[in-house]
Every structure is written in C-alpha cells, then in structure tokens.
Design a protein around this ligand. Sequence first.
Ligand SMILES: O=C(O)c1cc(=O)[nH]c(=O)n1[C@@H]1O[C@H](COP(=O)(O)O)[C@@H](O)[C@H]1O
Length: 214
Amino acid sequence: MKKTILALDVYNFKKAEKLVKDTSEYIDIYKVGPILFLQSGKEIIKMIKDNGKEIFLDLKFHDIPATVKRSVESAKELGVYSLTVHSVGGEEMLKAAVSVENRPKIWAVTVLTSQATSPEEVIKRAKLSKFCGVDGVISSPLEIALIKKECGKDFQVVTPGIRPAKVDDDQKRVATPELAVKDGADFIVVGRPILEASNPAEAAKAIYESIKGL
Ligand SMILES: O=C(O)c1cc(=O)[nH]c(=O)n1[C@@H]1O[C@H](COP(=O)(O)O)[C@@H](O)[C@H]1O
C-alpha cells in the first residue's frame, strides 16, 4: 500500500498538474490546501480525479458547529477522500462535522507540527477526536506510537513534519519517512522535500522506495 500524501502547496494549476503527472507512480493522494484551492477551486479537484487519484482537502475547518457541518456537506459534494478540522474546535463542533452522512473521512489536527508541545496535549486532543467519532488525527511523527496505543490501531494517524534529511525550517516536531511509517503512521504528508527538490519525481520515488517494504 502506498502511504505518501503529497501536499500540493503551489500557487498555480499548471505547476500542480505537472507535479501530479510527474509523481503519480509514487503518490495516491494529493493534498489540496488553501494556497491552491483559493486559486483553482473545483478545477484542481477535477484534474486530480482525471489522473485517477484521491484528494485530501486540507482547509482545517474551525468554526461554529453549524458552519462546520455545512462546510463538510460542501466538501462531500466535491467527492474528496478526506478533509481536516481543528480538534480545538471542541466536542460540539467535531460531532457536527461527523454527523454528515456518507461524508469524506474526517481527520482532526491535534497540535500543529510547527509548534512545540507535550505528548499529553496531543493525546488529549486525539482522545477527544476519537470520542466524537472522527476517523483519525493529524499529528507529528513523535506521537504516532502513543496515539495508536491510546486510541487503537484502527484510528488513523496522518503525519506531516516528514523530513528525509535534516533542514532548518518552520517544522518543529519531525522525523524521517521510515521512522514515521515504522511507528505506525497510516499516511505521511510530504510537501517541500518533494516540491522543492531539483527533481520532484526522483524525490517522491526515493521516499516511496524507503518505505515500500515496511
Ligand atoms: O493538516 C496538515 O496537513 C498539517 C498539519 C500540521 O500539523 N502540520 C503540517 O505541516 N500540515 C501540512 O502538511 C504539509 C507539510 O508540508 P512540508 O512541511 O512542506 O513537508 C503542509 O501542507 C502543512 O499545511
């Protein structure tokens, strides 16, 4: 099973389309966030589907329950595989999000990987998310094993903060693809290590090869 989600954090459709075509052998799910969705909206969703791939819509909903529920309904109409909400939105908001029938998978952000935090805080938010019926959480590689232990192996853990090599950037809680997958990540989310590589296809392939047998 392929486990890598490529974050299409680029500004324009053409660039995103080239990335999808160049990396599709190694990637099954493409993440579309505000950077690209605000530029290309439904067009980008269609292009990814036309290439036979799934979409993770990462707009991180965090609002009053009624608005979040309607947002999930709209995302459902797009036919995406998964979407994000912020767990700090609380119990009522999370329950409103999951109450939509036949909806995409819902992943709740625990604590952003750009922030320092304690594992206890991440676990607290993961447990709340599970209790509310959310399908999984977004967490850093450092908390994967603990979340699986506390929330069960079927509770999905999706992990950004993936760095095949050490770099100094905004991500604070990081690990390599191998470590994240060995610890039990269901998916790893990778952006700049592929997007900014001199050859994105080669970078995607290297990550794919590094976790293939795990
Ligand atoms: O929800 C996310 O996907 C997310 C949550 C989080 O805590 N940290 C995080 O980095 N992300 C996303 O994961 C991707 C990571 O990209 P890179 O840091 O470039 O590999 C970005 O698109 C972020 O928006």
